[in-house]
Design a protein around this ligand. Sequence first.
Ligand code: SME
Length: 167
Amino acid sequence: MFTVKTSAGATKAELYRELNAQLGGLLAGERDGLANAANAAALLWQGLPDLNWAGFYFLRGGELVLGPFQGKVACVRIKLGRGVCGTAAQQRETIVVLDVEKFPGHIACDHASRSEVVVPLVQEGKLIGVLDLDSPSLARFDQADAVGLAATAEIFLKGSDLSRLAD
Ligand code: SME
């Protein structure tokens, strides 16, 4: 049984160090991309406070298609350049949105979402999809989350075979 450890009072950097070490352990010896994405989403959901959604979209047939996640049911398909996810994917840059109502074109899957961070997934120069986290609190995410989640994405990408999830 894999237990998610959370430390009260830890800084975000410490929290991500711990979570990312746990992710490394969780993915060790398993390269199935679907299983690894599902466990990564669950780990983030359990380990990070104040989220209402955490999960993946994968690039399939030229658009982002919903992957493993935790939270409420979500939009299934997002075109490149649309919403926060499609913009981060197209620009291949992490986007931190402090107030989703101020992001033009934000796609409201859950009206409770107030802030969001999206990290593009790029494996060997190829866009694979995005990692998306939403929060019911304004300005929940900052640069420390962007850095911590970029490391999360790297561990996931290095440890997973994604050939059947993205094309
Ligand atoms: N808000 C996202 C859509 C995905 S959901 O938040 C899960 C966006 O604007 O791309």
